[in-house]
Design a protein around this ligand. Sequence first.
Ligand code: FES
Length: 283
Amino acid sequence: MNNEQTIGGYEAGLFQTHRPDTWWLEPLLTGLGFLSFVIYTTWAMFQGDYYWWSAGSEGFGGYLSPFYSPLLFIEESAAGSAPLLHAWFGPWPEWMPNLIPVTPAILILAGPLSFRLTCYYYRKFYYRSYFLSPPACAVAGVHQKDYKGETALLVIQNIHRFTLYIAIGFVAVLSYDAFLSFFRDGKFGVGVGSIILFLNPIFLAGYTFGCHAFRHLSGGRHDCFTCPQGKEKVSFKIWQGVSWLNGRHMFWAWISMIWVALGDIYVRLVAKGYWTDFSTWGN
Ligand code: FES
């Protein structure tokens, strides 16, 4: 082990530090937490079944797993699949290459995933937890000899400002799904599933609208924030709201990620008959 001092007073050598606290706990927990999410999401995506439920009826309403929304194409023969009227473009097309597994989730997950993986908060934790670069503040990490910041391969992270628009679209679509979840065969009611699917777009909105790119959209390009007038006053107010969310970005990132998985787990358990959805409709 090399304990030679480097410029700045840090110890040289992986994980060397003067910090006396449990600095390793946060990168360890966040790394494991996100890995669990990725494993579950990948599994759920490849299932292609039990992603929709409405007590066996096919009328207006029902619960749709957030991992499968929007439903672009539907393979109707799959167990627990949504009725065809929920598909934006109809049945699973014959022209779809055989290489692509028959599961609606596979067509859409790249959208939200591209937003999350390029998020500033996610970058921070996966650079720390997975790349150890560095594992924490003032802790020596993997030495990157030719590190070029985000001007080389990682320049791809700059698509974040564009994926924001995709994420906003998902908030809108999932809000509509939340609305549908309060109906069964056109009849209004409330189930535990309705509440879970209702909270889902709220948490996602908290995460999406607290995005640094959205903060720039709402408050950038202004020379003076202390003298807002006219439409600048409106954007100043929006910027203040976005900044409040932005200051809690880590919270929204985690709660929205956990909740979206919970939405899928809940719909899947109810659709498989493993769990009863208590509701005002009766069961
Ligand atoms: S910075 Fe996290 S969502 Fe944009």
